[in-house]
Design a protein around this ligand. Structure first.
Ligand code: NAP
Length: 325
């Protein structure tokens, strides 16, 4: 059985490629603006290219971590967000293949987390509204995995922990919100759970996240401790002080009992995931290119990647500030 991972050049997609390969599944991955050896280039907005890609590989299941994930960019460019985050997902669903779609706790308002699958959605920003519309397009045989605050090894090195490491290791302070609460999620744990749930034939919505809630500030402190960085450089601020374009669901995070009941291994807290990531980072430092992306030779599906800022680093809740004099 062949699986296609659309968005394999991202954080979750890269982890999915490794988890699927480890599970012995044939897997093909795609990238868009960050092409990598072994990944096909595909823009999900191109319906014909999406159909060709899925048919050509005889995919029985398509994992869709692909998304414009910079929530502030989405807030300021709602048409671009809709094209990739809603129309793009509909293009994939139209192929009729089973879809494993990755969604977010941004579908919630963030007024009383942590959230269960049965809680009503109430997005408060463009990105969240578009994730809800994409969820609504998933067919009844599809699987929707909502997750939050993902960290782990990735070639683009853009997730929160990489940004924290590069800022603090240069001796620069980092302003981190104390009032954004989530459930930090270790990408390999998320990917392994997604693959296991798909292979069990799960359908509908599942929350898959770390089992410990924390503010972004607490999580930053824990990451700094694990990586041996100077936590004194982490400056607590409120979200309002950061002046971000998109409103954030502040009191968020997830309850994952439903997924945990079906999994034969635990979803892990960040206290366990950060040391694993720390070990990955040490291994990365010993290699030139970071984590492996996949194992299929590259072929272009839809021409070259467009020169648009689709793959901008996500800036969720982090604001580097100038070096203090
Ligand atoms: N990371 C988190 O903290 C977090 C939290 C909650 C939910 N999620 C969800 O998890 C999923 C994966 O997140 P992530 O952190 O892995 O995101 P990411 O690292 O930003 O990766 C996004 C992926 O989507 C691809 N992509 C974007 N626009 C595309 C388009 N028009 N056509 C084809 N591919 C496109 C990107 O390709 P290029 O980079 O090659 O352009 C990249 O491979 C997303 O659905 C997100 O909503 C993530």
């Amino acid at each position: 059985m062949t699986a296609v991972v659309i968005g394999a050049s991202g954080l979750v997609g890269g982890a999915l490629m490794r988890a699927l390969a480890a599970a012995g599944q044939d897997v093909v991955g795609t990238a868009w603006t960050h092409p990598q050896p072994g990944l096909h280039v595909l823009d999900v907005r191109d319906a014909a290219a999406v159909r060709r890609c899925i048919e050509q590989h005889g995919a029985q299941v398509v994992y869709v971590p692909a998304s414009l994930t910079n929530v502030d960019y989405c807030e300021l460019h709602p048409d671009e967000s809709r094209a990739s985050n809603v129309t793009g997902v509909r293009n994939i669903v139209a192929s009729g293949v089973r879809v494993v779609y990755f969604s977010s706790d941004y579908v919630f308002a963030g007024d009383h987390g942590p959230y269960r699958e049965t809680d009503p959605v109430r997005p408060i920003c463009v990105y969240g509204r578009h994730k809800v519309l994409a969820e609504q397009s998933i067919a009844s045989d599809g699987l929707i995995i909502r997750t939050t605050v993902v960290y782990g090894s990735e070639l683009q090195r853009k997730n929160f922990v990489y940004r924290l490491r590069s800022t603090l290791s240069e001796g620069r302070p980092l302003r981190v919100p104390v009032d954004q609460i989530g459930s930090p999620t270790y990408a390999p744990n998320l990917a392994e759970a997604a693959v296991a749930l798909e292979q069990r034939g799960a359908t509908g919505v599942y929350h898959v996240a770390g089992t410990e809630r924390a503010s972004r500030y607490e999580f930053a402190g824990a990451a700094a401790a694990v990586l041996g960085l100077d936590a004194a450089l982490i400056q607590p601020v409120t979200t309002a002080e950061l002046g971000q374009a998109a409103p954030r669901p502040l009191d968020a995070g997830m309850i994952c009992d439903k997924a945990q009941a079906e999994l034969r291994f635990p979803l892990i807290p960040y206290g366990a995931g950060l040391p694993l990531f720390g070990a990955e980072l040490r291994r990365e430092a010993g290699t030139a290119g970071g984590p492996p992306a996949g194992r299929t030779p590259a072929r272009t599906m839809a021409g070259g990647p467009p020169a648009v800022p689709g793959g901008e680093p996500r800036a969720a809740g982090v604001s580097p500030v100038r070096r203090r004099a």
